[in-house]
Write a protein that binds this ligand. Structure first.
Ligand SMILES: [Cu+2]
Length: 488
């Protein structure tokens, strides 16, 4: 297997080469996506994916040819109230089939937007009506689930915010889609890297340029003493973002849309894998004139969100008290004695030693899998969608899923239509296998390091056919996917 190709440029190199400087860039205020508030919605929101251009790089540099919803990256930021219905009409102006998947929503199965499982891909020029209720408050997103390794990487995604009936008191509520792009020196997508099997077999297609709501970074002016709610969503197709927050007090209040039972102060770098979300309360505790930042620290090492404290006086008025937990969403608690226990054995990839797997019902050696079918990963020995689901559940059953990462790479396992509770995590250390304390956090996207074993439980209470796959989109395309069925 070939090694990962070198990325041609870091953004700093690219900017230096083009005579610009990151340090000089100041974005105008107001970098937020367009917002629609369909609370009393009678007509559908029109969602149009099509080719266009987006200003992903610094001002004055060329725009990037992308695919985008409603002429912007990210697409229209949708804000609805918990319990409301959303009616969206997909109008496909791409040259290939597409869908919209509403990531993290415990949705009516017919509306889940998974091509070939819950609907057929919508053909070019055709429409599809999505109409569903939002049972949980929180931070979610939408993206195609049809050739998503290409469509999401080209810019098709947007944020979906479901507001609490009584949201916590903050001065501002800001949402950011954080993305990772692989651009050439001319600012255009490196098209040759799409479908590169070397990327698929390693950590997925990670890029050389990051974006915040479709811009190189965000500049937010704040007043000392302000309290912000900041929603972060990783729309990267493979990069695990490592985020460092400095210059303010950060408290984590929700993950993947679901409130933490006890908010946690953020004291070290936070990992945000593809598809995951984190809701934070940021208390701007520094003095006027200071700065705070949310920066990426994995390898690109760039500031993503800059908070610039005004020189004015501290915010007057009543000080905020301790950060309190958000009201929980109506999720059923799993039984301590599961009705079924299933195992998910993850194999394949570079340095994984997978010799063979079943593909479309036929066992074949790794050479044939890779060369003929671009399959390089397997779940329980099957590459690609298996004919039979991982499990059948009767509605309301508690299912325990023990996931074994027998590969040399991290993965982020995404459950559709349900959220899961981690009950056990075993990590491979130099001293042997070590059990890590599990938090009682609900997740729809579970990050697993190489060689880790993670056991989760879920209440299978949402009838239908649901996908379970790695959200590193090249891993999914390269075989890491399965499904489960919940009966009515
Ligand atoms: Cu993966």
């Amino acid at each position: 297997m070939s090694h990962l190709p070198e990325k041609p440029f870091t953004r700093r190199q690219m900017l230096t080469g083009l005579g610009s400087s990151l340090a000089l860039s100041v974005l105008p205020h107001g970098v937020m996506a367009q917002t629609l508030q369909p609370t009393k919605q009678t007509r559908p929101i029109i969602m149009t994916p099509q080719a266009g251009k987006a200003p992903l790089m610094e001002k004055g540099l060329p725009e990037t040819a992308v695919w985008q919803f409603n002429d912007q990256v990210p697409g229209t930021e949708l804000r609805v109230r918990q319990g409301d219905w959303l009616h969206a009409r997909l109008v496909n102006r791409l040259k290939q089939t597409t869908t919209i998947h509403w990531h993290g929503i415990r949705i009516d199965n017919k509306m889940d937007g998974v091509a070939h499982l819950t609907q057929e891909g919508v053909k070019p020029g055709e429409n599809f009506e999505y109409r569903f209720q939002l049972p949980d408050a929180g931070t979610y997103w939408y993206h195609p689930h049809d050739k998503s390794w290409e469509q999401v990487a080209r810019g098709l995604y947007g944020l979906l915010i479901v507001e609490e009936k009584n949201p916590p008191k903050v001065d501002r509520d800001l949402a950011f889609a954080l993305d990772d792009w692989w651009l050439k020196a001319d600012g255009q997508l490196d098209e040759a890297s799409f479908g590169n099997i070397g990327e698929w077999a390693h950590g997925g297609r990670t890029g050389n340029v990051l974006s915040v709501n479709g811009k190189p970074n965000a500049d937010i002016f704040v007043q000392a003493g302000e309290r912000l709610r900041v929603r972060l969503c990783s729309t990267a197709n493979a990069r695990i973002l490592q985020l460092r927050i400095q210059g303010c007090e950060a408290t984590l209040i929700a993950l993947d849309g679901q409130p933490l039972s006890v908010p946690r102060p953020v004291t070290k770098d936070m990992l945000l894998p593809p598809g995951a979300r984190a809701d934070l309360i940021l208390d701007m505790t520094q003095n006027p004139g200071s700065r705070a930042v949310i920066a990426e620290t994995s390898d690109l090492r760039v500031p993503l969100i800059n908070f610039r404290y005004h020189y004015s006086e501290k915010r007057q008025g009543k000080a905020y008290g301790d950060v309190v937990a958000l009201p929980p969403n109506p999720l059923a608690a799993p039984s301590l004695t599961p009705d079924q226990k299933v195992t998910l054995d993850m194999t394949g990839g570079a340095m994984g030693g997978m010799a063979k797997a079943i593909y479309k019902g036929k066992e074949m050696p790794i050479g044939e899998l890779v060369d003929k079918h671009k399959m390089i990963w397997a779940l329980n020995g099957v590459a690609g969608m298996p004919e039979k689901p991982l499990f059948f559940a009767k509605k309301g059953q508690t299912i325990e899923v023990r996931m074994l990462n027998n590969t040399a790479f991290p993965h982020v396992m995404h459950f559709h239509g349900h959220h899961v509770l981690e009950v056990k995590r075993i990590r491979q250390t130099r001293k042997g296998r070590k059990t890590i304390a599990s938090r009682d956090d609900w997740r729809d996207s579970v990050l697993m390091d190489r060689s880790e074993e993670v056991t989760v439980t879920l209440v299978a209470d949402n009838p239908g056919k649901w996908m379970l796959h790695c959200h590193m989109l090249e891993h999914q395309a390269g075989g890491m996917m399965t499904w489960f069925k919940v009966e009515t």
